[in-house]
Design a protein around this ligand. Structure first.
Ligand code: G3P
Ligand code: MG
Length: 488
């Protein structure tokens, strides 16, 4: 298991959301003192709004120059779940064939003899097996494996090789590390399994808001923003948040809050209005892309400017009373089925930051999870380590990790900072020349994910490594003579 340094783990005495002073910096207190709560990972990005660099000077009020101490200096560290992931076996999703039967990608139907054959080959090829267990892949999804709901064909083949269609018949560990969002993990894994024709297990899957489950230990009543319908409410419930409010609940309570919103009877019937003037919302979680910028921005802005998160109030000092706001990821653009990438959560956040600054004269402090934030990569280590245990019974982190991504500003910069090998593909956001100028991929630029996987496999396993499992192979003849004798 990867270890966390002492300085990364703050001490605290109770479970109320609060700020502690540690080494002169304000940090959120760790719930519980029993070593069981979340792990706080120091932030690798500034917690201060980026709006200034996108705005004309005249937009900023002079008063913003006075940076005031804030009780919400929560951006100095990001909590991630501490515990190992649970119930792995119950969450394997195999894609189904036309008849509805589960299939294994690139492989014939499950036959005990194939598994026996693979294990015989592996027991002979000890050195190669060692190498195969000492490497792993972290796949970005959008722009690498899929475009929206459409498969990038090379992705299917790359995963088949890693799922055992290779000369050793061995599974090479890989996780999915996406800034995507908006659905419970299980539902998204089932959908991806179908699209990719490969099994995607929730225990090898991290989407942008997955590590934010740690925040459920800090806040009771939260506003959850973004996503289709009420899916993000479902996500937050699964993460253990106790009291979840979504913008529709607020519009149903007071429709005048969003003057341009057309609120359908169905939306009204499915929402959960309460008297929000009497409820203190403790934090705002933007989990996914807003489906209604005008309503969501208005409601978030009202809450950020309120007295301690109560609608119907305006704080005298907006900074000291400000409700903490978290975003699940910061990508400006996302490749989709459209011919050019679409604006993503980062664009929404920068718009919000600019409005906040224009209205209050101060910069918004906020936390942004997702790639390239260090906390997300640390969490990926945890997931990869426990996935290694699942695949190979060895709870350790492989030494050679390859991140394959299409976005230099998130996948590549994050992987480079974290010491991974980075591969940039040309099937998504990156459309440049030889390499990205600002955040070059250290392992190279590839036309697609299959080329990247094959090149990495050759580097680790040798140029002659075969990316196909031959079921007709005779393991006795396959190995050298001494090994063969041992098997006989
Ligand atoms: O930027 C939005 C998100 O869909 C990107 O996902 O898989 O490219 O990290 P991914
Ligand atoms: Mg991508």
């Amino acid at each position: 298991m990867p270890m966390f340094e002492d300085y990364e783990i703050a001490q605290a005495t109770d479970k109320t959301p609060q700020v502690t002073k540690s080494n002169g910096a304000d940090t959120l207190a760790i719930p519980g003192d029993d070593g069981e709560g979340p792990i706080e990972v120091p932030a690798s990005r500034s917690s201060i709004s980026e709006a200034a660099k996108y705005m004309h000077n005249l937009s900023a009020s002079p008063s913003m120059k006075e940076r005031r101490g804030s009780r919400n200096s929560f951006g100095t560290s990001l909590p991630i779940p501490r515990s190992k992931r649970q119930s792995r076996l119950s969450s394997v999703h195999y894609p189904a064939d036309e008849s509805g039967r589960p299939t294994r990608p690139g492989m014939p139907p499950v036959q005990p003899s194939r598994a026996i054959l693979a294990s015989q080959v592996q027991s002979i090829e000890v050195e190669k097996v060692k190498k195969a267990k000492n490497m792993a892949f972290a796949f970005d999804i959008d722009g690498v494996l899929v475009h929206g709901d459409r498969l990038i064909p090379e992705g299917q083949r790359a995963l088949e090789i890693l799922n055992g269609d290779n000369e050793l018949g061995i599974k090479i560990p890989h996780i999915f590390l996406t800034n995507g969002s908006g659905k419970p993990e299980k539902a998204r894994c089932e959908q991806l399994s179908r699209i990719l024709h490969n099994p995607v297990n929730t225990e090898q899957f991290i989407q942008s808001h997955t590590p934010m489950s740690a925040l459920a230990e800090y806040y009771k009543t939260v506003l959850v923003v973004g996503g289709e319908g009420y899916k993000c409410r479902e996500v937050a419930e699964e993460y253990g948040f106790k009291d979840i409010v979504v913008p529709n609940d607020i519009v149903a309570w007071d429709p005048t809050i969003a003057p341009y919103r057309v609120f359908t009877p169905e939306e009204r019937a499915s929402s959960r209005p309460r008297d929000f003037s009497k409820i203190k919302i403790e934090a705002i979680m933007v989990f996914s892309d807003s489906r209604d910028y005008a309503t969501d921005m208005q409601i978030i802005m009202d809450l950020l400017r309120s007295e301690n998160g109560q609608f119907g109030t305006i704080a005298k000092d907006p900074v000291s009373q400000r409700v903490p706001i978290y975003f699940s990821q910061g990508d400006l653009l996302c490749p989709t089925e459209h011919w050019t990438p679409r604006m993503s959560q980062g664009a929404f956040r920068i718009g919000l930051e600019a409005m906040y600054r224009a209205l209050t004269g101060v910069d918004l402090e906020r936390v942004v999870y997702g790639k390239p934030e260090t906390a997300t990569y640390k969490y990926a280590d945890e997931v990869l380590t426990s996935w290694m245990e699942e695949l190979h019974g060895e709870e350790k982190l492989p030494e050679n990790i390859y991140m394959i991504g299409d976005n230099p500003a998130s996948d590549i910069i994050g992987g480079n900072m974290y010491g991974w090998n980075t591969c940039l593909v040309r099937t998504g956001v990156f459309q440049g020349g030889d390499n990205d100028e600002n955040n070059p991929a250290n392992f190279g630029v590839f036309p697609n994910v299959l080329e990247a996987v094959q090149t990495a496999l050759r580097k680790q396993m040798g140029d002659d490594f075969k990316m196909h499992f031959d079921e007709r192979i005779n393991p006795v003849l396959h190995g050298d003579k001494s090994d063969a004798a041992a098997i006989i």
